[in-house]
Design a binder for this molecule. Structure first.
Ligand code: 13P
Ligand code: SF4
Length: 305
């Protein structure tokens, strides 16, 4: 079978079985092409609420599929690849957060959406990279305990200097591995290029950037810019998607190490087999956990717009 024949079969099965495919922007091009919607974590969370289909296949990582299930418990939600976790989401456990809450009772716990469902049950509000600043600014509390990504937390802290932040050590091992030296070398190799980075990168890299934003933010910035060259400081698939979308511009990866093996765990054949009901993992969350964890997603969507 050719790629196109596989894609056509996926499209046929989607219709036949009333399936919606959601894909994070880090997925491969051939998967994005069969998705009904693609985008950053925030866009996917909002779409999860409105997709009319009986079944949703989430091509991304586990916390994204769990978010879909929380927002649409009546739907059958399939994670495209059962091994696709997010190491950051599993860095902190509920006991640690309970201890921190006891130590800092007057702090609002703001959790990056890259957290487990269990962890979300003890947090006050979720944020994503594209909505964090807007949401934190609107919170009543001036005291913010930000988990689990201290790099995103440091970025938000800089944008919202009027509030007090406590950051907890944690973060995305893929983005956090990029160094200031990587950024300096990339800028020296491409002196006319703008550096666009994700806020999961360390502050020393973020400081050198011309633009800081979510995956969708980076893509929109590069597409709409008059500039012709860009160094992309997020998962390397974004540089590839941008190169296809903007053939008159040049895109360079900030570091070859910016590759998330979890986001890349899903193949087009996995998607085909999910549509046939022969692959993937159905997400199963108990109603009590959903009720407790969903609150912070609902606050995120109501404040994030
Ligand atoms: P965004 O989709 O919010 O840009 O986050 C990137 C990411 O690492 C998702 O796991
Ligand atoms: Fe998790 Fe980082 Fe991979 Fe995103 S890029 S899924 S935050 S490990």
């Amino acid at each position: 079978m050719t790629i196109q024949e596989v894609q056509d079969e996926i499209r046929r099965l989607k219709k036949e079985n009333d399936i919606c495919i959601l894909a994070h922007s880090y997925q491969a091009k051939e998967i994005l092409e069969v998705a009904d919607f693609s985008g950053d974590s925030y866009a996917l969370s909002k779409l999860a609420k409105t997709a009319p289909n009986k079944t949703v296949i989430m091509c991304g990582v586990r916390f994204m599929a769990e978010t879909v299930k929380m927002l649409s418990p009546e739907k059958k939600v399939i994670l495209s690849s059962p091994i696709a976790g997010c190491p950051m989401a599993e860095q902190m456990d509920i006991e640690l957060i309970k201890q921190l809450k006891e130590m800092y009772p007057d702090y609002t716990v703001v959790a990056y959406i890259n957290t487990t469902t269990e962890l979300k049950t003890v947090c006050d509000v979720c944020v994503t990279s594209s909505s964090a600043v807007k949401i934190v600014k609107q919170l009543e509390s001036d005291n913010i305990l930000f988990i689990p990504d201290c790099n995103l937390g440091a970025y938000v802290q800089k944008q919202v200097p009027e509030k007090n932040f406590k950051l907890v050590q944690g973060g995305c091992p893929v983005h956090a591995a990029v160094t200031k030296r990587d950024a300096e070398q990339a800028k020296a190799a491409h002196p006319n290029a703008e550096l666009l980075v994700h806020p999961e990168c360390v502050p020393a890299v973020v400081e050198l950037a011309d633009y800081v934003g979510s995956t969708t933010g980076i893509m929109n910035y590069a597409k709409n810019s008059d500039k012709k060259e860009f160094i992309i400081g997020t998962e390397n698939s974004i540089a590839e998607h941008l190169q296809y979308a903007c053939p008159d511009k040049d895109f360079y990866v900030l570091s070859k190490a910016l590759m998330c093996k979890n986001m890349k765990a899903t193949t087009l054949i996995d998607v085909l087999n999910c549509c046939k009901g022969r692959s993937g993992e159905e997400i199963d969350l108990d109603p009590d956990t959903i009720a407790k964890a969903k609150k912070c997603i609902d606050v995120m969507i109501s404040l994030g717009g």
